[in-house]
Design a protein around this ligand. Structure first.
Ligand code: KMH
Ligand code: ZN
Length: 308
């Protein structure tokens, strides 16, 4: 855990694979819009950007070519730390989910630590109006959605990361995922110390109350001990995203904000883009006297962990 006035790493999750483009014009689709959103988030103060790829109609894709185009475009315009998904979207194959990481060898890649129900649209009466047939199909899957992460997939993804020199970011949605992290470290699949991100508020995982956060943080300290390098918090939905970001910033943790996890900046106003959510996180951190970690500072931390 970081000391009270230590720099805080802010990750901007700019597009994701779960929210539907019909829900908000702020969901960037296609390589150009995603690159633009990532650079804008970096300019707003983000230390790192978490990237997924989407076709122009918003369909999530694992396309190596598109990840290459996005990451090249971002690297040409700024030095923000690159964090690439292996979560992709729930209907992708393991090969598709790994394509982006293999194509761009980012600084960081996500490793989701368990199979779980993953319901983004559980209540039919609250389904958004959608423009695209594929979005309609996503809604119709409601009630049957499983996010698969087998032990074999985790071992394969982690081994690929190690071969590419990519730092895993362990996505923890529930207590059991911490025991999985412990197991993967003890068997040598993961090198300690590890970086953990609590993803809170997905229906199927832990809730997004401050009590859920502190219960997981306490468990992470108990189960991982000195093998825990850093903790980041991603609250899914509104007001969870910014409220958990404030609590995390006040408690020595890092934060993730962005359109992937939450579409609103106010109760009754959608965010214009992820940069606006990053700016809100920067304001919170500034008020709490946590300077924003620079990409160079985060990269130095990643390098130090690799050496240890
Ligand atoms: N979409 C988030 C709820 C990943 O990309 O690997 C989880 C996530 C996982 O960001
Ligand atoms: Zn993601």
């Amino acid at each position: 855990m970081r000391a009270p006035y230590d720099p805080i790493a802010i990750t901007a999750a700019v597009t994701g694979g779960d929210v539907l483009p019909s829900q908000s014009p702020a969901v960037p689709c296609g390589p150009e819009a995603i690159t633009e959103a990532a650079v804008a988030a970096a300019r707003a103060g983000a230390t790192a950007v978490h990237l997924h790829a989407r076709e122009l109609d918003g369909r999530p894709t694992g396309s190596a070519a598109m990840f290459k185009e996005i990451v090249t475009g971002v690297r040409e315009q700024c030095d923000v730390v690159i964090n690439v998904t292996t979560g992709g979207s729930v209907d992708m194959t393991p090969d598709q989910r790994l394509e982006g990481v293999v194509a761009v060898a980012p600084d960081i890649a996500t490793l989701n630590l368990g199979t779980m129900n993953f319901e983004g649209f559980p209540t039919r009466s609250r389904w958004p109006e959608v423009r695209h047939d594929w979005e309609r199909r996503v809604l119709e899957q409601s009630g049957t959605v499983v996010f698969t992460n087998t032990l074999a997939m985790m071992r394969r993804f982690a081994t690929t990361f190690r071969e590419l020199g990519v730092t895993p970011e362990l996505e923890v949605y529930d207590l059991s995922h911490l025991s999985m992290a412990r197991f993967l470290i003890d068997e040598g699949t993961l090198a300690a110390p590890v970086r953990v991100q609590f993803v809170l508020g997905v229906l199927g995982g832990a809730g997004s109350s401050p009590h859920d956060l502190f219960a997981l943080r306490e468990a992470a300290g108990r189960i991982l001990g000195p093998d825990l390098a850093a903790v980041s918090v991603a609250g899914v939905g509104y007001p969870a995203e910014l409220r958990l970001a404030a609590i995390a910033a006040a408690s020595g943790m890092d934060v993730r904000v962005g359109i992937e996890d939450n579409l609103r900046i106010r109760r009754r106003r959608q965010a214009a883009d992820s940069a606006e959510l990053v700016a809100a996180a920067v304001t919170i951190a500034d008020q709490l006297e946590r300077p924003i970690a620079t990409p160079a500072q985060l990269r130095a931390e990643l390098a130090a962990a690799h050496r240890s």
